[in-house]
Design a protein around this ligand. Structure first.
Ligand code: V47
Ligand code: SF4
Length: 389
C-alpha cells in the first residue's frame, strides 16, 4: 500500500518533480539540476511535504533549542558589506562600540549561576582587536567558566586576525582552539559564488578562504555551522551552488552540524532598495535546504530574524532547530530590521512556541547532546523556579 508521501509524489503531474521526490524517498542525494528545479517548479505544498518527511525521518518531532547568550565585541569593521546595517567604518568609530576584555567578562559573569551552556561571539572586524586580544579573551572566559561552550568568530574575523598576526590558517586555528575556542558559528558565508559575492561583499574572505577555515577547524576535531544569506540579488542557482560547495566539504570532513538560511533584511543598509523575500519564499528556502543538504544533520531557523510565528511555521518545512534564548544583546539583526527588536525568549516561551505547533521541545548543548526533553515538563511550575530560568 502506498504511504502518504508516496501518494503525494505520485499525484504530481510534473514528471521531473516526481522523479526528484522518488529519489528523496529512496534516500538518494539530489543533483544540482534537481535543486534548481525544486526552486523553480516545486509548489510550496510539495516542497513542504517532502522536507517534512525528511525532517521526521531524521528527527521525528524533536525540535532543538539551546540556552545561549551573545557577545558582540565591536561593530567597528574594516569591511563594507552592502547588506550590513550593523557595522561602522573605523573612521566613524565614535558611532560604534568596542568592548574591553573586562567589559566582555562582565557580560559573561552576569550569567554566573544561570543554566546557559553556550556563548556565541561574533562582531565586526576591528583593526586593533588582534589574535592576541581574542586569545586572551578565550583563555579568560575558560578560566572563569570552563564548562561554557565558546562558539565564536566567522572566517571573516579569523582570516583577518591570522593574516595580521602572520600565522597560517592551520597555526592560527590551533592557537584559537588551544586557547578555548570550541566551535565555529556559520556566519560570513553570504553567497559564495563570485558573481554575487563581488556585488554584496567584495572585500572580505572569499568562498575558498571561508571553506578552508572550516575545513581546518574540522580537521582539528572542531564542529561548525554554515549559513547562507538569501533573498536579495542572487538567483536560485547561486543558492544551489552555495549549498553544493558546503555539501562537498561535508562529504570530506563531516564536521558541520547545522545549516542556517538567513533571510536578508533591508533596513538601513546599502541594499535597502532590494525587496525582502516573502514568507512563502522563506518556507520554500527552508524546504529546499532540507532536501538538498541531506548530509547536514540539522536545519536551523534563526527566530530573531524570521519572527516567532514564521519560526513556528518553518518547523513544518524541514527545520528542526530554532536556536536559543539568545538574550537581548544581539544588535546585528535588530539594526537590519528583524522582527524582534530586542531578541530574547525565556526557556518557557521557547518551549511553549514549539509545543503550540505539536512538536517535541528538546534543549540541546551546542553539539546536539540532549540536555532535557520538555514534553512532560509543566512550564508554569518551571517558570516559578528561578534556578531553572
Ligand atoms: O554573516 C548581516 C548576516 C551573519 C544582515 O552559527 C544579515 O549558530 C540578514 O552567522 N540581513 C552573522 N542577515 C550571524 C550568523 C549566525 C546567526 C545565528 C546563529 C549562527 C550559528 C550564526 O548575519 C552574517 C550575515 O549573513 N547578516 N546583515 C542583514 N541585513
Ligand atoms: Fe563587517 Fe560582518 Fe558587517 Fe561585513 S557583515 S561589514 S564583515 S560586520
Amino acid at each position: 500500500m502506498a504511504t502518504g508521501i508516496q501518494t503525494i509524489i505520485e499525484s504530481v503531474k510534473d514528471k521531473q518533480l516526481q522523479e526528484i521526490g522518488q529519489k528523496i524517498l529512496a534516500k538518494q542525494r539530489i543533483s544540482f539540476e534537481d535543486g534548481v528545479t525544486l526552486f523553480e517548479r516545486g509548489s510550496l505544498s510539495y516542497l513542504g511535504a517532502l522536507a517534512n518527511w525528511v525532517r521526521e525521518q531524521k528527527h521525528g518531532d524533536k525540535t532543538y533549542f539551546n540556552r545561549n547568550f551573545h557577545i558582540e565585541p565591536t561593530n567597528v569593521c574594516v569591511f563594507s558589506c552592502k547588506f550590513c546595517s550593523y557595522s561602522r567604518l573605523y573612521a566613524n568609530r565614535e558611532e560604534g562600540w568596542e568592548l574591553s576584555i573586562d567589559q566582555m567578562m562582565h557580560i559573561v559573569k552576569s550569567y554566573d549561576g544561570k543554566p546557559v551552556t553556550e556563548v556565541h561571539i561574533v562582531g565586526g572586524v576591528h583593526p586593533k582587536m588582534n589574535l592576541e586580544f581574542f586569545m586572551e579573551l578565550l583563555r579568560t572566559i575558560k578560566a572563569h567558566r570552563p564548562d561554557l561552550h565558546i562558539k565564536g568568530f566567522t572566517p571573516v574575523e579569523l582570516d583577518y586576525m591570522f593574516k595580521k598576526a602572520k600565522v597560517s590558517t592551520e597555526e592560527g586555528m590551533r592557537m584559537a582552539h588551544e586557547a578555548g575556542l570550541d566551535s565555529l558559528p556559520g556566519g560570513g558565508a553570504e553567497i559564495f559564488h563570485p558573481e554575487i559575492r563581488t556585488q554584496i561583499c567584495e572585500d572580505k574572505v572569499d568562498a575558498d578562504g571561508w571553506l578552508h577555515i572550516h575545513r581546518t577547524a574540522h580537521n582539528l576535531g572542531m564542529n561548525s555551522n554554515a549559513t547562507m544569506l538569501y533573498g536579495h540579488v542572487e538567483k536560485f542557482w547561486h543558492r544551489i551552488d552555495h549549498m553544493d560547495r558546503l555539501r562537498k566539504l561535508q562529504d570530506e570532513t563531516g564536521g558541520f552540524n547545522t545549516f542556517i538560511p538567513l533571510k536578508f533584511r533591508n533596513k538601513e543598509n546599502d541594499m535597502s532598495n532590494v525587496p525582502e523575500s516573502t514568507v512563502i519564499e522563506d518556507m520554500r528556502m527552508y524546504a529546499v535546504a532540507r532536501l538538498y543538504m541531506h548530509n547536514f544533520p540539522h536545519i536551523k531557523a534563526y527566530w530573531p530574524m524570521l519572527g516567532r510565528q514564521n519560526a513556528q511555521l518553518s518547523l513544518s518545512f524541514g527545520v528542526n532547530d530554532i536556536d536559543g534564548t539568545i538574550d537581548d544583546s544581539t544588535k546585528i539583526y535588530a539594526m537590519a530590521g528583524s522582527e524582534e527588536q530586542t531578541p530574547a525568549m525565556s526557556t518557557a516561551e521557547l518551549v511553549t512556541l514549539i509545543k503550540q505547533v505539536k512538536r517535541q521541545p528538546v534543549e540541546r548543548g551546542t553539539l546536539y547532546n540532549e540536555i532535557r526533553d520538555y514534553t512532560n515538563v509543566d512550564m508554569q511550575l518551571f517558570e516559578l523556579d528561578p534556578a531553572l530560568n
